[in-house]
Write a protein that binds this ligand. Structure first.
Ligand code: SF4
Length: 404
């Protein structure tokens, strides 16, 4: 899921510009690198093809990691504004995410066919039968099928192996149309591995201005494109877990406000510059965030080349603010005793999303013995190996204090 856009949403100036469809172009130059985002009809949601599925999905999708039972108006507005890629999961919102989407489909006959519905559950599971888990989700969603099912949060392509025959059977039974995975750990290796398989249709990955220019990510994306694997981006704001709102970021916010839009919107645009990303799955639990992101998605202008460069420089200058999800490095350095980047992700939920309940819930889902040993592990080798230069030991102490 994308991080929440916490700030203001649309300024009046930007809203008026967006309503006028061409206004932002006055402050921007076409970068010439975003063919698929070019020239959507004014006021409509652009769509891109999701790899070999051939399905055209909106460039902005609704991340549903919240209680949608009590947010029916938000679902209605997302639907009306063309945000028709909906992402949920077995555990989101304590189960209330799938349930709320199901309620919407039940109360709005005909809506289901408009929505590209995605759900997922973890490969770690709870010893339950996968088919039973899928069917329970379909029941909560009040539908017979998913458009796309993801095995949730894999950290190695080997995590997919047990699902190969099962996915084929579920497709044949009409319970899912397409199959793939989500990952925020070792993303590049997962994608490179997936590109060698012929039974992965799509993947959702952490992807933002901090990760998009590395050679390994480039190689992974190109490999997936060749294999026809459709790509969806999440966590596109590139926040956390150390801190946000550094001096450099405040300067950035000022730069984009001068152009009439927020830095949060600019971060989305940076991701849309990559044509291989079919959609951004964005966590949008409020109408303010939804309207800001929809306006940004509908806007025709690309970021100027110098704006993209600003992001690249910011990523470098604030490198030690961000955990890049390369968990194999730090976990290997602590002999697998602590899933460091899972703990970092909890810190990100706490600090960047501002969602303390979610942070504590995810932290509590880690094995008890793992949480208990958090302060007893020597992280010095991991710190030396961390390409982002993170103060891992200090961050683990903070996690223990904030999340336990
Ligand atoms: S702590 Fe460092 S090595 Fe570990 S996942 Fe994060 S960036 Fe990678």
């Amino acid at each position: 899921m994308d991080e929440k856009n916490h700030d203001t949403g649309l300024s009046r100036r930007n809203f008026l510009k967006t309503a006028g469809a061409a206004g932002l172009a006055a402050g921007l130059m076409p970068a010439g690198v975003s063919a698929q985002s070019a020239a959507p009809q004014a006021g409509t949601m652009p769509r891109r093809k999701l790899g070999k599925t051939g399905v055209e999905v909106p460039v902005l999708g609704l991340g549903g990691m919240f209680d949608t039972v009590n947010n029916q108006l938000l679902l209605k507005q997302a639907h009306a504004w063309g945000v028709t890629y909906w992402d949920t999961a077995e555990g989101y919102g304590g189960g209330l995410s799938e349930e709320g989407m199901g309620r919407y489909f039940s109360r709005n006959p005909g809506a289901r066919k408009d929505i590209f519905l995605v759900s997922k559950f973890s490969h770690k599971g709870s010893g339950q039968d996968n088919t039973a888990r899928l069917e329970a989700g379909l029941k909560r969603l009040q539908t017979d099928y998913l458009d796309l099912f993801f095995v949730h949060a894999i950290s190695s392509i080997d995590d997919m192996t047990p699902f190969k025959d099962w996915a084929k059977a579920m497709k044949a039974a009409g319970k899912m149309k397409y199959f793939g995975f989500s990952t925020h750990t070792n993303m590049e290796d997962c994608l490179l591995g997936a590109a060698k398989l012929d039974w992965i249709d799509a993947a959702m990955i952490t992807y933002n201005y901090r990760l998009m220019h590395t050679p390994k990510m480039r190689e992974a994306m190109d490999s997936c494109a060749k294999a026809g694997i459709g790509l969806v981006a999440m966590k596109t704001q590139g926040g956390g877990p150390v801190k946000t709102d550094s001096e450099a970021e405040l300067k950035l916010a000022g730069r984009f406000l001068e152009k009439g839009f927020t830095d949060k919107q600019a971060r989305l645009k940076a991701v849309w510059e990559e044509p291989l990303i079919a959609s951004i799955c964005s966590q949008m639990p409020s109408l303010t965030i939804l309207s800001a992101n929809v306006a940004c998605a509908r806007d025709r202008a690309s970021l100027a080349r110098e704006d993209v460069d600003v992001f690249t420089k910011l990523a470098h200058a604030t490198k030690d603010n961000y955990c890049a999800g390369c968990g194999a490095i730090c976990q290997g350095a602590v002999d697998g005793l602590v899933p460091v980047n899972d703990v970092m992700r909890c810190l990100m939920y706490y600090r960047d999303y501002g969602d303390r309940d979610l942070a504590r819930e995810v932290f509590a889902s880690l094995p008890e013995e793992t949480r208990a040993r958090l302060l007893d592990v020597d992280y010095s080798t991991a710190e030396r190996a961390c390409p982002q230069g993170l103060a891992i030991a200090q961050l683990m102490r903070e996690a223990s204090s904030l999340l336990a």
